[in-house]
Design a protein around this ligand. Structure first.
Ligand SMILES: Cc1ncc(COP(=O)(O)O)c(C=O)c1O
Length: 401
């Protein structure tokens, strides 16, 4: 992967600043802005784009979602809800997903009158209904279903197995009358998010097709179960491994449009909640190379920051693209080691073997002590998914250009 010269220059300027910590996240919101604009342009008019803010809760990402015309924010906690409101979204632009919502979180949702609460279990349905009854209110809901199928080719599958996410499809089919009977909940439709990190449009559309079929079946079976809203979750993939197989939003838009016509669903609303696709290429994790040495024939490249700053590669076992930005620092001593056209280990300063910035040995053409290792596609699930407190190192600041 090549860095835009503007980004390289910014990294060099920041890294040369003696007041800057040696590790930082750099964000440039151009890619996110462009992607939202493109999706709004090509997707069928019935599809609303929500930003799944768990991918990156930094306010620049929320503001970009807002300014680019995203329909709203998918939240998974009260904390995310408060950040969403602080960024200028209104409560009716918030949808609340995720298992284990606490009574306080549900109460907050009802008090704020957010758009939809996505029910993940029968206990949650009853708890929310009781809360609404006590307040004399009614809450619009979607029910999250764990469907009876797997999506091929996904980086992570959430469906088809025992899961904490949603109600199993068979259970949902039998419990739906009980949900419909809860007086203070207004059933609007389904939420089925089966898998993430999908690069093949056909795989993601298979999810849509099956969910449409499920909607048709329950509507035929139960009165009052019309699915006016269908939420497909996220899932648009990012080509972290640089295979060249980028997700094609154009193809997705075309095929989804055909599917909507095929099912005669044009009067319905559809929701997509995108995280990584919108944000990954708006961020870079940058960290100074502090040491290079050889151990049993392999170069060990040790950086100022490690998995505590950027946990995703090791947590998911995926190498992110790595670029070395040269800084031409004076040598620490004559004859110090450097990297020259070789596969290396790269990690940080933590005293454990899980501290890797690339879980598999990675190719570096040239690097020397003082250069900046830049992990690309770090805008999604980066800093906020890391364990920053471990070893009490300085947390990396987030710089927006
Ligand atoms: C409910 C929900 N929606 C959306 C997303 C965003 O997924 P992605 O980053 O794959 O787009 C997630 C991610 O975990 C999620 O749990």
């Amino acid at each position: 992967m090549e860095l835009d010269p503007k980004i390289t220059e910014k990294i060099q300027t920041l890294a040369a600043d003696p007041d800057m910590p040696r590790s930082f996240y750099l964000y440039d919101m151009t890619a996110m802005r462009t992607k939202i604009a493109q999706l709004k342009d090509i997707l069928p008019a019935q599809v609303d784009i929500y930003y799944a803010m768990k991918a990156n809760p930094h306010e620049a990402f929320l503001k970009t979602a807002k300014d680019s015309g995203a329909a709203g924010i998918e939240i998974a906690s009260l904390g995310e809800g408060e950040k969403t409101l602080a960024a200028g979204f209104t409560p009716d632009q918030i949808i609340f997903t995720g298992p284990g919502k606490s009574p306080e979180e549900l109460e907050w949702a009802v008090d704020q009158e957010i758009r939809t609460v996505h029910i993940e279990s029968m206990a949650e349905a009853h708890r929310l209904n009781a809360l609404c009854a006590a307040k004399g209110k009614t809450q619009d809901i979607l029910v999250r279903v764990n469907p009876n199928f797997h999506i091929h080719g996904a980086q992570a599958n959430f469906s088809g197995d025992s899961s904490k996410l949603g109600l199993d499809e068979d259970l949902f089919r039998t419990c739906l009358p009980d949900i419909l009977a809860l007086d203070h909940l207004n059933f609007l439709g389904l939420h089925v998010y089966s898998a993430s990190g999908i690069l093949k449009v056909e795989d993601l559309l298979e999810n849509c097709r099956r969910v449409f079929k499920l909607a048709r079946e329950i509507e035929a079976q139960y009165q009052g179960s019309t699915c006016d809203v269908i939420d497909f979750g996220g899932g648009f993939g990012i080509d972290y491994l640089e295979t060249g197989a980028d997700f094609s939003p154009e193809k997705y838009a075309d095929e989804l449009s055909k599917l909507i016509d095929q099912f005669d669903f044009s009067g319905r609303k559809f929701v997509i909640e995108l995280g990584r696709y919108l944000t990954a290429d708006s961020g870079w994790y940058c960290t100074e190379i502090l040491d290079i040495k050889t151990s049993l024939g392999k170069k060990q490249v040790i950086c100022d920051g490690g998995a505590h700053h950027f946990r995703r590669p090791v947590a998911l076992g995926i190498n992110h693209p790595l670029v070395i930005v040269p800084m031409n620092a004076p040598p620490v001593f004559d004859g110090q080691e450097s990297v020259d056209d070789e596969m290396v280990f790269i990690g940080g300063p933590l005293c454990n073997t899980a501290d890797k910035l690339a879980p598999k040995d990675i190719y570096i053409e040239k690097a020397q002590i003082g250069d900046i290792a830049v992990l690309c596609l770090a805008g999604a699930y980066g800093r906020s998914m890391s364990h920053l407190e471990f070893l009490s190192h300085t947390p990396p600041p987030e710089i927006v250009v």
